[in-house]
Design a protein around this ligand. Structure first.
Ligand code: ADP
Ligand code: MG
Length: 413
């Protein structure tokens, strides 16, 4: 190391020197990443591994568009991070390329219905579709009938085979119901030159089940299921991405294997595996390590776990948050508690923070809901002739519990 580092002693250095030292050290290290952007959520790799079968099916379903026929509608489902979005985007990209080369009237449109202000109203979605075919409309004000009409007129005029991918389609159904899909399926039959096909994508089958039966059967003329990846497959995916993301020798095989193993245990989710890898790399850099090690992956996994727990807590209704805080308080210095204990604490918290005080029974329900999302465990045990009681424990490890406590104290105390 240079003299710079040697002449510094923590107790005598000024802020200026400390700051400069960190910057200089940062500059001197080349870090572990060579291209961190390839670990971004939205990065689309050219090669998708272990999805040949699914890709091939989708290609075969869409291919009739090249001869001017309407491709069947496809419904694609499978767990989070199983490559649904990536595969659909890749296939549409190739279809666009070939259509352009051959000068064919094919238009593919990809819409992520989960994004804010895209598919939360029928109007917005139609405006978006119109935008995609080159027509701009004011952001509010026209009757939706007019928008439908403009859309169909324009694609009819151009004789377009229009393939619309609705990703996270359950959000669309949840927000605007199935009218939109119904209107489209209905009008489709009246088109002469143009054709419209849908690719519906979701990881939530429950919401899909609520669709109008006609819409549902029309939307799933074909179905493709995406299964979770196993640890071996995740390892291949991570290795391929790590080669692009990290400097030579900056990541160990053991670290990659660990990311794969952790993600395989939790639903075979490639997104989670890649997040772990990115976060492990960031942690390695922060520790000034030139190599990403297993211990960095462990730390990354803990951090992700804490993040997902605090996200779950933040999205709870306020009453449920109060109940959770009551459980945390009444399990202080012991690991289990009872409903009546929780209720007493809950009442204090509710009264102090101006919440309406719910009945014991309602609080019992909320405890069940907390158990459902995995934040607490509630077991009913028999106490012989004293009847039954419930044993409630917090289902989190210490660091996660600390984080939740910190959050909830911020809200209520
Ligand atoms: N087979 C694969 N090969 C390479 N990367 C993949 C593969 N499957 C998924 N990924 C990556 O994992 C992440 C999640 O995939 P995504 O397609 O968004 O999953 P889903 O839409 O099923 O939730 C993305 O960053 C994607 O690029
Ligand atoms: Mg997706």
């Amino acid at each position: 190391m240079s003299q710079l580092t040697l002449c510094f002693h923590d107790d005598v250095t000024s802020n200026k020197e400390k700051i400069q030292r960190i910057f200089i050290e940062y500059m001197r290290n080349k870090g572990v990443f060579k291209n961190k952007a390839v670990l971004d959520e939205n990065f689309l790799p050219d090669e998708l591994l272990h999805r040949d079968r699914e890709i091939q099916r989708l290609v075969q379903i869409l291919a009739p568009a090249l001869r001017g026929y309407r491709p069947s509608n496809v419904f694609i489902y499978g767990g989070v991070g199983t490559g649904k979005t990536a595969c659909v985007k890749l296939v549409l990209k190739e279809l666009d390329e070939i259509a352009e080369r051959e000068n064919l009237p094919i238009k593919t449109i990809y819409v992520n219905c989960k994004l804010k202000k895209v598919a939360d109203t029928e109007y917005r979605l139609l405006a978006r579709l119109l935008h995609e075919i080159g027509i701009e409309v004011p952001s509010t004000g026209l009757p939706t009938d007019v928008l439908y009409l403009r859309f169909f007129k324009e694609i009819e005029r151009k004789g377009l085979i229009t393939i619309i991918a609705l990703d996270e389609i359950d959000f669309l159904v949840y927000k605007i119901g199935d009218d939109f899909l119904y209107n489209f399926t209905r009008i489709n039959g009246e088109l002469r030159r143009a054709k419209v096909s849908f690719i519906g994508i979701t990881n939530n089958l429950n919401l899909f089940r609520q669709l109008d039966a006609r819409v549902k059967s029309s939307l799933s003329e074909e179905e493709i299921v995406f299964h979770p990846y196993n640890a071996m497959q995740l390892k291949d995916i991570l290795k391929q991405r790590a080669k692009l993301a990290f400097n030579d020798g900056a990541i160990t095989e053991a670290a990659i294997n660990k990311c794969a193993a952790i993600a395989a245990q939790e639903h075979g989710d490639a997104r989670r595996a890649l997040n772990l890898l990115r976060l492990a790399g960031e942690i390695a850099e922060r520790r000034n390590s030139q190599v990403v090690l297993e211990e960095h992956v462990d730390e990354a996994a803990r951090k992700l776990e804490i993040d997902s727990v605090s996200e779950a807590v933040r999205s709870l209704p306020r009453q449920a948050q109060a109940v959770l805080l009551a459980i945390i308080k009444s399990t202080k210095n012991k690991n289990k508690t009872t409903t009546s204990d929780v209720y007493r604490k809950y009442r204090d918290i509710a009264m102090r923070s101006g919440l309406r005080v719910l009945t014991l029974r309602r609080v019992g329900d909320l405890i069940n809901e907390l158990a459902l999302v995995g934040l607490v465990e509630a077991r009913t045990i028999s106490r012989g002739r004293y009847g039954r009681t419930r044993e409630i424990t917090i289902a989190l490890d210490e660091p996660a519990k600390d984080e939740v406590r910190r959050l909830l104290f911020g809200y209520f105390m």
